[in-house]
Design a protein around this ligand. Structure first.
Ligand code: BGC
Length: 739
């Protein structure tokens, strides 16, 4: 009791001191703003890119430096490393008020140590590993002068044609929200201002992932129901986790560009969610409101963006060129400008930059942190956890230790660049472990022969004969194919998501040898590969696994690591099925029998089911589910119900199962998806071991947004489903909500 009281007193004191600190920062910001001219205020909202660009820019570098000296720039992106950030910060300190710059960068999946691409990490369903990955990335970036990363991307993405599916957590709102929280915590640590953390950015607010036809930057048109139910929750989770900043997006949402969207930025984010951080535009998205047809010219764009709640203009030059005049003309009220400036300055104080503008730019720390060997271990751990075993016919995997000759073939087998994926900043390419090198160092006595067959992209089949000859002399073929690193990411939408070039022909040529084939697939998105899915003996999906990719793949191939990854996004059979998600709505004519689909909601040339469903992923062991029980079959008010069952490892090796809880609200005022993920757990079991697994179901679990967009649960029957994948439900039960 006494300890409880002490703990309560300590936490109250901490809350008070946090409150006191906020008030103190608030006073400092007020004092500073009193001294600022309108030009200097506008300067704080102007963000410029350094020497490396990630988008079109329009100002000479020398002009940028002059503007920094004049106090007309608040933040720089794409300036990295202690030496460069120091040099540029020194210019800002020559300005009249000596307000330090914020240095920002797209640290998306690692800084020097490259982690798997975010979609790959999402397949781990492992919040600790994901948080650690973001933390290591933050630590390295913060040691190299960076204060702020433009990550995590928390856009729900259900269209694999969109290249940016690679940067997010996939299609699911529940999983995506958990991952958003983990990533924000990982980047930011416990408190802003620690020099092993950076500010996070929840992007791209909002609904960017729903670009029509999967074409990047395209318009978005969706019901508010969908927006609230599917696309906003990961942003809310990021805000709740304390994300210091938000980035808006290139798309229009129901006719209004996100950058000029007061409904999103003022009503929802800063209004309903009471968000205290600041919003940065996406690259040039303020000026892009002109071609959108929403702003008449750059000046109009500046007015519309800031009034709608966009605080900082990234490489748009709309604020720097027009905001001051707009304020003088009364088109932007002083309190609107002041609010934006206050939000930005508050973060600079929280980071401690006014105490020491160079505190993130310490050469000794940069050297020590960037050389920290433990970071590679973290990268290996999450890369292994990200790998998904899609198929394992006849239990070909793990490869037997008795295997004598292994042929490693394929355009991506010896690639280092492709293993890194897109958005790599300072990755040490020469130290990336390629797949063939990983296999060589794990293969023991087996003889490894390698043939590339064709260069990445696989435009030519000239090398196929040599590869086939190499394969014919082996006992098993490991074929590494997929997309090249630059085929997914920003501006990398594809209408055809099959394997590029002649890779399928290569597979067929190798298959003709009669040797067993393990396919290792690398990609930043779900690909369509029906022939391989039908004919390969085993398939592992490794995404772009990062610096330790080859070791991770080899550990899985030889069974030193038992794969446990599960797909965070549906793999279609064809582009024609897109959009396809497990959380679909039933129709009045659902398919109940695939053999008889006439006048059903179906296709005449394809089944409805995807190639691999959301949540799918195999293991080298087997798991049995049994004994489902509910603590009560009915529920009322704020009551909670516990669902539990036995999970047993019935195979021969230890392994981890990601158990998934889905539910369906059977009848409601707005029809509900046939399945919605509501919980998951990673359970590690030894062979023969059984564990009782339980989930708590509360009112929130059963709630949804009704027609009035009010969150709540409606009385009636709910179907609860537990399984190994969204299409592999093992146990079911019904729960009645009585009031
Ligand atoms: C992307 C953002 C990125 C920004 C800065 C834009 O083109 O959409 O995600 O953070 O560039 O590099």
């Amino acid at each position: 009791m006494k300890t409880l009281k002490i703990a309560a007193a300590i936490s109250a004191a901490l809350a008070l001191s946090a409150h006191a600190q906020d008030a103190q920062i608030d006073r400092k910001v007020t004092e500073l703003m009193k001294q600022m001219t309108v030009t200097e205020k506008v300067g704080q909202l102007h963000q410029l890119s350094g020497r490396q660009f990630t988008g079109p820019t329009s100002s000479a570098y020398a002009d940028k430096l002059a503007d920094i000296r004049a106090g007309k720039v608040g933040s720089m992106l794409n300036v990295t490393g202690v030496a460069d950030t120091r040099e540029i910060q020194a210019l800002a300190l020559q300005s009249r008020l000596k307000i330090p710059l914020l240095f920002s960068l797209d640290v998306i999946h690692g800084y020097k140590t490259v982690f798997p691409v975010p979609l790959g990490e999402a397949a781990s369903w492992d919040m600790d590993a994901i948080e650690l990955s973001a933390h290591v990335a933050a630590k390295e970036a913060a040691a190299a002068g960076i204060h702020w990363t433009f990550a995590p991307m928390v856009d729900i993405a259900r269209d694999p044609r969109w290249g940016r599916v690679m940067e997010g957590a996939g299609e699911d709102t529940y999983l995506g929200s958990q991952i958003a929280t983990a990533r924000v915590h990982g980047f930011q640590g416990k408190k802003l201002g620690a020099t092993d953390s950076v500010m996070a950015t929840a992007k791209h607010f909002a609904a960017y992932g729903a670009a029509i036809a999967g074409r990047d930057y395209n318009a978005v048109d969706m019901s508010e129901q969908q927006l609230y139910e599917v696309y906003l929750p990961p942003f809310k989770a990021a805000a709740d986790a304390g994300a210091a900043t938000f980035m808006n997006s290139f798309n229009t949402l129901n006719g209004v560009p996100a950058t000029g969207n007061a409904f999103l930025q003022r009503d929802i984010l800063k209004g309903a969610w009471k968000y205290k951080g600041f919003v940065v535009s996406d690259w040039g998205s303020v000026r892009e409101m002109v071609p959108h047809g929403y702003a008449a010219d750059l000046s109009d764009a500046a007015v519309k963006a800031i009034n709608a709640g966009s605080d900082m203009d990234m490489e748009g030059y709309a604020y720097s060129q027009h905001l001051e005049a707009a304020v003088k003309a009364g088109k932007v009220k002083m309190p609107v400008l002041d609010e934006a400036v206050r939000r930005v300055l508050t973060k600079k104080f929280e980071l401690g930059l006014f105490d020491d503008p160079y505190r993130y730019s310490d050469a000794a720390r940069e050297k020590a942190v960037l050389g920290d060997a433990s970071h590679r271990a973290a990268a290996l751990d999450v890369a292994q956890k990200s790998i998904v075993l899609l198929k394992n016919e006849g239990k070909l995997l793990p490869l037997s230790r008795e295997t004598k000759r292994i042929a490693v073939i394929g355009p991506l087998a010896d690639s280092q660049r492709d293993l890194e994926g897109g958005w790599v900043v300072q990755g040490e390419r020469a130290k990336v472990v390629s797949i063939v090198d990983g296999i060589r160092s794990h293969a023991g006595k087996a003889e490894i022969s390698y043939a590339q067959a064709c260069a990445p992209g696989c435009a030519s089949s000239e090398g196929f004969a040599d590869a086939v000859a190499t394969a014919a002399r082996s006992d098993v073929i490991v074929l590494a194919v997929g997309e090249t690193w630059d085929m997914s990411g920003e501006a990398k939408s594809r209408t055809d998501i099959t394997l590029p070039g002649q890779q399928e022909a290569l597979f067929n040529a190798l298959k003709a040898t009669g040797k067993p084939i393990v396919v290792v697939m690398l990609a930043g998105r779900p690909l369509v590969f029906n022939t391989i899915a039908d004919k390969a003996d085993a398939i592992i999906y490794a995404w772009f696994p990062g610096s330790e990719g080859g070791n991770a793949v080899a550990n899985v191939l030889f069974g030193d690591y038992n794969p446990s990854g599960k797909l965070p996004i549906t793999f279609p059979r064809s582009v024609g099925q897109i959009p396809v998600s497990y959380a679909q709505y039933n129709t009045g004519r659902p398919v109940t029998d695939e053999k008889n689909v006439t006048y059903r909601s179906a296709y005449i040339d394809s089944v409805n089911t995807p190639r691999y469903a959301f949540g799918h992923g195999l293991s080298y062991t087997d798991f049995k589910y049994s004994g489902l029980a509910l603590s009560s079959a009915t529920m009322a008010g704020a009551q909670k119900v516990t669902l539990s069952f036995d999970l047993a490892n019935s195979g021969k090796v230890e392994g981890t199962e990601i158990v998934q809880l889905y539910l369906r609200d059977m009848v409601s005022s707005v029809v509900r998806p046939v399945k919605e993920l509501k919980g998951f757990q990673k359970v590690h079991l030894k062979p023969g071991q059984t564990q009782r697994v339980s989930f708590t179901i509360d009112r929130d679990t059963l709630s949804f947004f009704n027609r009035q967009l009010k969150w709540g649960a409606e009385a009636g029957e709910f179907k609860l489903m537990v399984g190994s994948a969204s299409d592999d439900i093992r146990l079911e039960s019904a729960l009645q909500l009585t009031q």
